[in-house]
Design a protein around this ligand. Structure first.
Ligand code: SF4
Ligand code: SF4
Length: 439
């Protein structure tokens, strides 16, 4: 995943993977070094102590496999039902668009569900792996929440690392049963190769799955950024297993490259070259300095007064890589191309020209609902203040609450951000493509 927080220093990546370097990381006020696997607690309600290296190569246990193979490949809705649902969603889109562009409050159309903050990586740009998983919603609680939500266009299951939850397949099926999304998006670091492949095979494949694997560069560079000596090997193994089976698995496979420093910019072409053999779409994401969602300080609201990157980037290098990324996007289908260009040009405006503009109407707490692992409903990537908690309150109560209304005023006054996970829904639901107008 692509989360970022406090500014810190990163040494140059080693030239060989033989020895594992010590990586200086500054998390807020405390310094830590990642130089060896260590026990971590993950999996929400089923918290376990797991070793980082074991986790990146772990196969699912027998019990997990037997649980998954008993599950039917389609569950609840077949292709006909899916087609009918797609028509219904298309029919309601003009109304959604009209309301969204007005900034009107309406039922959500997209859910971003952070299923856990637990993670088996140790990324330099993210504190998620340090957040507690105690109190993550159980599957039953999640299902109870999903039942209260309206039908959605899309569901994003994210983390943390979503695949550290051994019940992710059940969560996925609960989502498609109750929310009827037209597609599901999952972002993953790709460490748990076998578990991910099993998931893709065993899930209800009527609904397309977009799986975004995070890879920030090749070999040791990626290992260092992600804090595991086998990060690149594991993620690549996942891609190699899935890429030839995309059609059979109704799977759209992408790679997200998060750029945290100048070396990351240099990795863009190297990674692109490597990905050619698998014919996988490759997205560039620039890491920003602070995220409320993945910060150790909870309950944060970060006003978007400036666009600070995770570490200082050389403008000429940024310009070169953004131009390359635009060139790569030119091969995408029209809609995806314009989405990408809208993001890339917004980043260029911020980094290279120090100018920004707010979106036509930000969809945070409007068409876009976020759900945290403990049931909190935050505002957006940069505002983790909860407007309510769906473990303790009904969705209707939270969505209509005075707290939500108050936070929506903050959203409307926001200067606008360029977090990719926020830009995409804002663009889709307002068709505000002005930056990509010439695409
Ligand atoms: S893989 Fe884990 S630690 Fe790395 S950015 Fe994603 S959530 Fe954060
Ligand atoms: S533009 Fe929207 S998503 Fe981005 S910080 Fe502002 S309110 Fe949050």
């Amino acid at each position: 995943m692509t989360h970022e927080n406090t500014t810190r220093t990163i040494d140059a990546p080693p030239s060989s993977s033989d020895s594992w370097p010590t990586l200086p990381i500054i998390h807020g006020t405390s310094d830590t070094s990642v130089d060896a696997p260590e026990a971590i607690e993950v999996v929400g309600n089923q918290a376990e102590n797991l070793d980082l290296v074991d986790l990146t190569t772990a196969e699912p246990s027998e019990s997990q496999v037997s649980r998954t193979v008993q599950r039917p490949a389609t569950r609840g809705w077949g292709r006909l039902h899916y087609g009918w649902t797609a028509l219904q969603r298309a029919a309601r889109f003009p109304w959604t668009l009209y309301r969204a562009r007005q900034g009107a409050v309406m039922p959500p159309r997209l859910l971003t569900h952070t299923v856990t903050f637990g993670c088996n990586a140790r990324c330099v740009m993210c504190d998620s792996w340090q957040l507690s998983t105690t109190g993550d919603l159980s599957l039953e609680e999640i299902e109870h929440i999903y039942r209260q939500l309206p039908p959605l266009d899309a569901v994003r299951l994210t983390g943390g690392e979503p695949f550290v939850r051994t019940d992710l397949l059940e969560i996925y099926h609960a989502a498609i049963r109750h929310l009827k999304p037209l597609f599901v998006h999952i972002s993953s670091n790709g460490f748990l190769s076998q578990r991910i492949v099993n998931f893709c095979q065993e899930r209800d494949r009527t609904v397309p799955l977009e799986l975004a694997i995070s890879i920030d560069g090749v070999d040791d560079y990626h290992n260092e950024i992600r804090g595991s000596r086998s990060a690149f090997r594991s993620a690549w193994k996942t891609l190699e297993a899935l890429a030839p089976r995309r059609k059979e698995l109704n799977l759209h496979l992408t790679v997200n490259q998060t750029v945290v420093n100048d070396q990351g910019l240099q990795q863009y072409k190297l990674l692109q070259e490597r990905l050619k053999s698998l014919n996988i779409e490759h997205h560039l994401i620039v890491a920003y300095a602070e995220s409320a969602t993945y910060s150790l300080d909870r309950d944060r609201r970060i006003d978007q007064t400036e666009f600070a990157t995770f570490s200082e980037l050389t403008p000429a290098k940024v310009a070169e890589v953004l131009a390359d990324a635009e060139q790569s996007a030119s091969h995408l289908p029209w809609f995806r191309r314009r989405l990408r260009l809208n993001y890339l040009r917004g980043v260029a405006d911020r980094i290279l020209h120090n100018r920004s503009s707010r979106p036509k109407a930000c969809q945070a707490l409007h068409a876009h609902l976020r759900l945290f692992p403990n049931g909190d409903v935050p505002v957006c990537q940069f505002n983790s203040q909860a407007v309510g908690n769906l473990r303790h309150q009904s969705f209707a109560e939270v969505w209509a609450s005075a707290t939500a209304a108050d936070q929506r005023r903050w959203v409307r006054a926001c200067a606008g951000c360029w977090a990719e996970c926020e830009v995409a829904p804002n663009t889709i639901y307002t068709l505000d493509f002005h930056r990509s107008a010439n695409a």
